[in-house]
Ligand binder design. Structure first.
Ligand SMILES: Cc1cc2nc3c(=O)[nH]c(=O)nc-3n(C[C@H](O)[C@H](O)[C@H](O)COP(=O)(O)OP(=O)(O)OC[C@H]3O[C@@H](n4cnc5c(N)ncnc54)[C@H](O)[C@@H]3O)c2cc1C
Length: 420
């Protein structure tokens, strides 16, 4: 029998870990457990399906044969309820016990519900799974009025679905701008205008006080904290994630207050032989030299791969350990212009920004004189150079205005620090 690697979660983090483990250790026993009913699919694309712009076929990434061909034991519809790190075993809702030599927690998150009256009414959608996308699509196709809550990257997907499905919607935001932690009002203004062009009306200084619900339990409207009422037979809520880590209670694995799993830059938790990867990690980011969290596909994939490599490495005790060193990015393709955020655009002690045209804008976030993230609207060409400056931890304290040149010239920046 080979080493037993058990992976909880078949999202991109779990799945890429399985792939890496198999490549590194042809003899290993690999088990992947997911409570979803289908193997890995492209979560990024389910919004295009819900918009009615893409058939379901291409959204699937792996079919069950992919696991069989790699001799990976895939257990669908299986919820892990508890783990015992002393005994090195996990327990499932079916009453099964599975032993592991190494264990990966890659269970991601579940959308948070609004804690207001009526929030469990029918017609109020949260968006995470393909199942959710099917329900959203089916409902949006026949809905006439909508409301979207959550002024972030997932909220805007729901707003774009309303736009694409001809649902006349209000986008209720608490602050004065969409994603106000990463964009200034000027940058967000470009997004607001694009939303209006899609028949989605941004409403600022708003939010939800309560949902109105009819006798059949269906949502009919939203009342905001100012007492204003908006008709809505379709509602989309995207106010954040609850990390799926309740089953770790009592395991000794360190979690933060919001339930994220704490890891180092090698995706190891504080408990021997247990690793974590993907959205749920609160990891040490070697590039910004502090603990951080990502919520992006590419980052989850890379973390899964790093975890998988170290699960094999640590068992064998040879070779070099793998380190997560990554500038993540997240793009949006809902409008006539492209949009991309990279790194950690919401942190930093300084920033520079410029508007180039009605649909072109750039903001670069800086911390301790180094690029840590940013947002590009309209022209994404500078992304690779900006990410390179972030990755190489180049000091831009005296050259920060040059980050806004239409074409960035890397020659203008100091040579990178010797890599850490
Ligand atoms: C609609 C939508 C659009 C997005 N668009 C983008 C985008 O454009 N760009 C981008 O970079 N990112 C995007 N993301 C974010 C990206 O999809 C996530 O960052 C990524 O999927 C996280 O992967 P993960 O493997 O960490 O977690 P997940 O994909 O959440 O996978 C975790 C899996 O674990 C399962 N699970 C949970 N608990 C248990 C348990 N106890 N037992 C068994 N299984 C369990 C879950 O059901 C799930 O299948 C989007 C997300 C959504 C929902």
């Amino acid at each position: 029998m080979g080493t037993s690697h058990v992976i909880i979660g078949d999202g991109i983090a779990g799945s890429s870990a399985a792939e890496t483990v198999r490549e590194a250790d042809p003899d290993a026993d690999i088990t992947v457990i997911t409570d979803e009913g289908e193997p890995l699919y492209n979560r990024i694309l389910i919004k295009e399906f819900a918009k009615g712009k893409m058939p379901p076929g291409p959204i699937s990434i792996h079919d069950e044969d992919w696991y069989t061909d790699r001799d990976v034991d895939l257990q669908l519809n299986t919820h892990v309820t508890r783990i015992d790190t002393d005994a090195h075993e996990i327990h499932t809702h079916r009453g099964d016990t599975i032993e592991y030599d190494t264990l990966l927690i890659a269970t991601g998150g579940t959308p948070t519900q609004l804690p207001v009256p009526g929030s469990d009414a029918r017609g109020i959608h949260h968006f995470w799974t393909f199942e959710d996308a099917r329900a959203i699509k089916e409902h949006a196709e026949r809905a006439e009025t909508g409301a979207v809550i959550g002024a972030g990257l997932l909220g805007i997907d729901l707003a774009a679905i309303c736009g694409a499905q001809d649902v006349r919607a209000h986008y209720l935001m608490r602050g004065n701008a969409w994603w106000r932690y990463a964009l200034s009002e000027e940058g967000a203004g470009i997004i607001h205008e694009a939303l209006r062009e899609n028949d989605v009306t941004p409403v600022f200084g708003s939010g939800v006080d309560r949902f109105e619900v009819d006798d059949r339990g269906r949502v009919t409207g939203v009342v905001d904290p100012n007492g204003e009422r908006f008709d809505a037979d379709f509602v989309g809520v995207a106010i954040g994630l609850n990390y799926n880590t309740e089953f770790l209670q009592g395991s000794g694995i360190e979690r933060t207050e919001n339930g994220s799993v704490v890891t180092d830059e090698h995706m190891r938790t504080n408990v021997a032989d247990v690793y974590a990867a993907g959205d749920l990690t609160y990891f040490y980011d070697v590039l910004i030299e502090e603990m951080a969290q990502n919520g992006a596909w590419g980052s989850a994939k890379e973390q899964g791969s790093i975890a998988g490599a170290n699960m094999v490495h640590d068992q064998r005790g040879d070779g070099e350990e793998a380190t997560f060193e990554w500038v993540s990015s997240y793009s949006i393709t809902h409008f006539d212009f492209p949009f991309l955020s990279f790194g950690h655009p919401t942190i930093g002690d300084d920033s520079v920004e410029r508007k180039y045209s009605d649909t072109e804008w750039r903001r670069v976030a800086i911390k301790d004189g180094r690029v840590v993230g940013g947002v590009l609207i309209g022209d994404l060409a500078p992304q690779s150079k900006l990410k390179r400056l972030a990755r190489d931890r180049v000091d831009v304290s005296d050259t920060k205005e040059l980050l806004l040149e239409e074409t960035i010239d890397l020659e203008n920046f100091e040579a990178p620090e010797a890599s850490s």
